[in-house]
Write a protein that binds this ligand. Structure first.
Ligand code: G1P
Length: 299
């Protein structure tokens, strides 16, 4: 199978959970410590060798385009002041990868957003990374997903066990064991089910490796949950109705690492604290303060 080099990152969502912060700023640009959340996602892709990044954007996402572009005036100003370290910080996002953009026009769901990548991706397998899911850099998992794709073919998704009362926020998968404890075969999927209808507490996390067959499937996928074309429904078809010989089949890696939903306020705050604590420049001082502060909070 061809090596995966392209990654699709849908970023056309409105970010209503973070209003008013997201009124004029894309939610993906909210900082986690001092980097926009979306930069962590691109860094994760690049660390796994994916250097061709296609953003599926929409209206009001200009700041995101500017972030991954060069900024000659700012660089010139910093250069006058000999601030080399800051120049690097300004240049890094633009130098990280080959960034491309496609606009979604009228957003019709995540499945529709991924379908917009068809022409750019062509007939190669590719990755999809969702901007809201931030995987802690210490727990990167894409390389393990590549291994699974090599061993089993078809497509691969990331699953994580969540509390039963949280499964309605995610795609939920029915799975069967394989010889590898960390890998399962996906036999069915439901997008955001009620707790009582969920096939399991295994939730889809926004990391996917797709066989290009998914484009054919998406083209025929009818609107599902919330009247949107759901990626989960297309994955269900790949898992259930298409033979491995035709590019079907779906396996999953079970993730046990640290993952934050930066689209959720509580999880966003946790991501900021956890990543700040690990930082060499901020960690020691911040930890000292945090201990004192939590002590003052008591129980
Ligand atoms: C999307 C997917 C869902 C998945 C989730 C992971 O939902 O539709 O299947 O579990 O991402 O973050 P969203 O959170 O965009 O509503």
């Amino acid at each position: 199978m061809a090596k995966v080099t392209k990654v699709v990152v849908p970023v056309a969502g409105y970010g209503t959970r973070f209003l008013p912060a997201t009124k004029a700023t894309p939610k993906e640009m909210l900082p986690v410590v001092d980097k926009p959340a979306i930069q962590y996602v691109v860094e994760e892709a690049v660390a796994a060798g994916l250097s061709d990044v296609l953003f599926i954007t929409g209206r009001s996402k200009r700041a995101l385009e500017d972030h991954f572009d060069s900024s000659p005036e700012l660089e010139a100003e910093l250069s006058k002041q000999n601030k080399d370290e800051l120049i690097k910080k300004v240049k890094d996002p633009a130098d990280l990868a080959n960034i491309h953009f496609v606009r979604q026009g009228t957003p019709q769901g995540l499945g529709h957003a991924v379908f917009m990548a068809k022409q750019h991706v062509g007939h190669e397998p590719f990755a999809v990374l969702l901007g809201d899911d931030l995987i802690d850099p210490r727990d990167y998992v894409l390389k393990k997903m590549f291994e699974v794709q090599e061993n089993f073919g078809g497509s691969v998704v990331l699953l994580m066990e969540v509390k039963p009362e949280e499964i309605h926020l995610y795609g939920s998968a029915q799975v069967e064991k394989t010889n590898d404890d960390a890998v399962v075969k996906v036999v069915d999927l439901v997008e955001k089910p009620n707790q009582k209808d969920a096939p399991s507490n295994y939730a889809v996390i926004g990391r996917y490796l797709f066989n290009p067959k998914v484009f054919e499937v998406l083209e025929k996928t009818k609107p599902g949950k919330n009247g949107e074309i759901q990626l989960t429904d297309a994955m269900k078809t790949l898992a259930k109705d298409i033979s491995p010989a035709e590019g079907g089949g779906l396996h999953a890696v079970i993730f046990k690492g640290r993952r934050y939903d930066t689209g959720d306020k509580l999880s966003y705050l946790q991501s900021v604290v956890q990543l700040a604590v690990e930082r060499e420049d901020l960690g020691p001082e911040f930890k000292k303060w945090l201990k004192k502060f939590t002590g003052e909070l008591g129980n």
